[in-house]
Design a protein around this ligand. Structure first.
Ligand SMILES: NC(=O)c1ccc[n+]([C@@H]2O[C@H](COP(=O)([O-])OP(=O)(O)OC[C@H]3O[C@@H](n4cnc5c(N)ncnc54)[C@H](OP(=O)(O)O)[C@@H]3O)[C@@H](O)[C@H]2O)c1
Length: 161
């Protein structure tokens, strides 16, 4: 299945100086991310993948001629449409989930092409330098399930289709 996963603050904030605005605060959300993407293939911008220090499978989306050590390949977002990129990755990895993992332009450009969105709402306002427009992500979508964090009511998990 092709999915998108993001954690977002009250104002759409998702990033600060290459990290999460609430970096290190919500272990339950980190675990949620890891559990969901453990056996999946992630597709994201270089800044979004390199913030995650692990050896799991990933592809980079970039229009630049960059070196992406550890990646399975680079897709040029200027030359291919988001659904073409994601379908190509899914075809190469038919038994794995494929996850859109950011950053902002890639989330907003590819959201229409995913089958499911896993959203973590962080109940707080944070200093940030990256924010997404959730209206774009959730356009024509329906919330299928929502539940509060086990460890804190400041986390709310949502599944949209
Ligand atoms: N809260 C969360 O769930 C979450 C998830 C992921 C990332 N983040 C945070 O977001 C920040 C990282 O952002 P980032 O550096 O990865 O990305 P970004 O700064 O949000 O996005 C910039 C990059 O997007 C690419 N891009 C531009 N237009 C595009 C398009 N139409 N389609 C696809 N890609 C396009 C470009 O890559 P090229 O220049 O290489 O072509 C550009 O450099 C960090 O602070 C990170 O912690 C948060």
């Amino acid at each position: 299945m092709i999915k998108l996963i993001v954690a977002v603050g009250r104002n759409g904030e998702i990033g600060l100086e290459g990290r999460l605005p609430w970096e290190g605060t919500f272990i339950e959300d980190q675990q949620w991310y890891l559990n969901n993407t453990l056996n999946a293939v992630r597709v994201g911008c270089s800044g979004s993948i390199t913030t995650i220090d692990d050896k799991r499978a990933f592809y980079i989306v970039s229009a630049r001629n960059i070196v992406a050590p550890g990646s399975l390949g680079i897709y040029n977002w200027r030359l291919m449409k988001p659904h073409e990129i994601l379908c190509d990755v899914q075809a190469k990895h038919p038994t794995n989930d494929v996850f859109v993992v950011g950053g902002v332009p890639w989330y907003e450009a590819s959201a229409h092409a995913v089958e499911q969105l896993l959203i973590t709402r962080i109940n707080g306002s944070y200093t940030h330098d990256r924010a997404i427009n959730m209206d774009i992500l959730l356009q024509n979508r329906k919330c299928m399930k929502t539940w509060e964090g086990r460890t804190t009511p400041d986390l709310c998990f949502e599944i949209w289709e």
